[in-house]
Write a protein that binds this ligand. Structure first.
Ligand code: PLP
Length: 396
């Protein structure tokens, strides 16, 4: 018999994953070009050419025993040092390799961060709507998720944060740019969160951590800036991933950064390194770590996502749907024309349009469209959306 904890996981298989699988079946049946699968954040941009070249060069140039061997559980020292220097260049910081733990993607960064600080019953506050895997991650360590409200524009409601922080609060997860809303929190928002958290730390006499989940950090548009949270709050751990920016989701590579400014940073780093080991990952995959070192300067193809962002947003607005132009990530958050957005998603399936109901992110009444698809998919979908809009009496 499976464990009690996993029973709900089996019973409610992730909607996003389920739709991804359904999309595959529809594509087989109707042909790829006739399915408009906006369900999952799997980048449609190929990984940069440098990644392929780096793999080939590493296999030719580096000692294979070294490349495929075990290493420090935190990752290769030279890789961590290179990435620390890269961050320093961009953020004006002074980290060294010891501040980074290479992880198996952002999912693993979050698990390592939570494992490092959560005791049974500790509360983790998260601004809703949010990436629902967080619930499972927090539950892995017997923590408890406390959703915090966002405002009408989906930026954090700091008054609600203040209300919900208690002496059981151990961490606040921030995801900026945000999945599913595409909102980017600016410096004022981060400052006001930090202020509330410093107050709470002072009141409770305990550390409360920000766990900053940043797989979309570089995916921003119209000059939007993503604040570097450790500049505003010392007890921050930053989770990063190359899944989205370098289109490497299957390679499972990212890092967790713990700044020296965090209270008792050395112990925290040591504990996180141990958490990485005993999670069973032992260390992040070795070959792709070495690739990331060589590709530290590679950038995401923002223009591609930007074109899709504008085309989908303008197309949907023209059809009469309500949505806000996202400032980051590659998701469009659209208000459902009917209260139960699952009905809207069901109606869309008639046109082979797949989108995810907002309640899969604790955001009922909305749907999420991942526009990391081909430009043709976006272009050809608009006609279908127009037909869908007609069903709801939208202006077309
Ligand atoms: N966090 C957020 C907000 C995400 O959207 C995702 C993936 O979609 C992840 C974490 C996990 O990313 P990774 O593939 O790096 O584990």
């Amino acid at each position: 018999m499976i464990s009690e904890k996993l029973k709900p996981l089996v019973a409610n298989n992730s909607t996003v994953r389920a739709m991804f699988e359904e999309g595959g079946k529809l594509k087989e049946k109707y042909g790829e070009e006739n399915v408009f699968d906006f369900s999952i954040g799997n980048p449609n941009v190929p990984a940069p050419e440098e990644v392929k070249q780096a793999i080939l060069d590493i296999l030719e140039e580096e000692d294979s025993l070294f490349v495929h061997g075990y290493m420090n559980n935190a990752g290769y020292d030279d890789v961590r040092q290179t990435l620390a220097e890269q961050i320093n260049k961009e953020k004006g910081t002074s980290y060294s390799g010891k501040n980074l733990i290479m992880t198996v993607g952002a999912g693993s960064s979050l698990n390592v961060a939570l494992k490092t600080v959560i005791n049974r019953g500790d509360e983790v506050l998260i601004f809703a709507p949010y990436f629902l895997e967080y619930n499972w991650y927090v539950d892995n360590y017997d923590g408890k998720v406390v959703p915090v409200d966002t405002k009408e524009d989906f930026t954090p409601d700091v008054d609600d944060l203040r209300k919900k922080i208690s002496d059981r609060t151990k961490a606040v997860i921030i995801n900026n740019p945000n999945n599913p809303t595409g909102v980017v929190y600016d410096e004022d928002v981060i400052k006001s969160i930090a202020e509330v958290m410093y107050e709470a730390q002072e009141k409770t006499g305990k550390e409360i951590y920000i766990i900053s989940d940043e797989p979309y950090r570089e995916l921003v548009y119209d000059g939007a800036k993503v604040p570097w949270i450790p500049d505003f709050y010392n007890n921050t751990m930053v989770g990063y991933s190359y899944s989205k920016t370098l289109s490497l989701p299957g390679e499972r590579i990212g890092y967790l950064l713990i700044p020296d400014e965090a209270d008792d940073a050395e112990t925290l780093i040591e504990a996180a390194t141990g958490a990485n080991r005993i999670s069973g990952c032992v260390n992040a995959p070795s070959l792709i770590q070495r690739v990331i070192k060589r590709c530290a300067d590679c950038k995401a193809d923002i223009d591609f996502y930007d074109r899709n962002r504008k085309a989908l947003y303008n197309g949907l607005r023209d059809c009469g749907f309500e949505c806000t132009l996202p400032k980051g990530a590659f998701y469009l958050w659209v208000r459902s024309p009917v209260e139960d957005e699952r009905e809207f998603c069901k109606a869309a399936k008639k046109y082979n349009i797949l989108m995810v109901p907002g309640r899969s992110f604790m955001g009922p009444g909305y749907v999420r469209l991942a526009y990391c698809v081909s430009e043709k998919t976006v272009r050809d979908s608009i006609d279908k959306f127009r037909k869908l809009a007609e069903e709801y009496g939208k202006q077309v």
